[in-house]
Design a protein around this ligand. Structure first.
Ligand SMILES: N[C@@H](CCC(=O)N[C@@H](CS)C(=O)NCC(=O)O)C(=O)O
Length: 201
């Protein structure tokens, strides 16, 4: 499989999933402005949506949308525990988390990275993010990971968002459960492997 990524972007989540699943893969860096890959390919021919992540699977097909990609990866290695079995209530709980992270956190951060967004607009998104992180903090009480004891693909994605919080100086230190979660995730050898491969460590 080949993951199209940009260092530090939301593609960290499927990158962590690939490493945690122990799936052999390559990575190709995408220049999002030029829409070119490091390998010289026209990225719009790979993903006409123009954004990362995209995963080229072994059949040659390209999967896009992070939430779909990480579940595909997890389902290739069910024994990894990265996603509960399809059709179970636990799987829908995982999808609930992935959707929350995608639509409430990930897309909540995007305006803060946008230089064209005025400060008043940024404040609205910042305040909303604080509410969302307050919810995460409560949910993590007494748990190692969002689903409980087991690390799942939702945890790699949530961890990705904690890195973004630092980038926009959104202080999460008032959230002890989130802080402990970050330390737990950062201690995982496969997470370190993904971060090193992106040149982030
Ligand atoms: N809906 C997509 C959004 C992915 C996304 O926001 N990617 C950003 C980087 S984190 C990107 O590539 N932005 C560049 C662009 O939209 O042209 C997903 O969840 O996978």
């Amino acid at each position: 499989m080949k993951l199209f990524y940009t260092p530090g972007a939301c593609s960290i989540s499927p990158h962590i999933a690939l490493c945690e699943a122990g799936i052999s893969h390559t990575i190709d860096k995408v220049d999002l402005k030029a829409k070119k890959t490091e390998g010289g390919a026209d990225y719009l021919a790979i993903n006409p949506k123009g954004y990362i992540p995209a995963l080229q699977i072994d059949s040659g097909e390209v999967l896009v949308e992070g939430v779909a990609i990480v579940q595909y990866i997890a389902d290739q290695k069910p024994e990894s525990g990265l996603a509960p079995k399809a059709g179970t209530i636990e799987r829908y709980r995982l999808m609930e988390w992935l959707t929350f992270i995608s639509s409430e956190l990930h897309k909540g951060f995007s305006p803060l990275f946008n230089p064209a967004m005025p400060d008043e607009g940024k404040k609205i998104f910042r305040d909303r993010l604080v509410q969302r992180w307050t919810y995460v903090e409560k949910q993590l009480a007494g748990k190692d990971y969002v689903m409980g004891k087991t690390f799942t693909v939702a945890d790699g994605y949530l961890y990705n968002m904690t890195r973004w919080a630092k980038r926009v100086e959104l202080d999460l230190s008032a959230f002890p459960n989130v802080t402990a979660f970050v330390a737990r995730v950062e201690a995982r050898p496969k997470v370190i492997e993904a971060l090193k491969a992106e040149g982030l460590m």
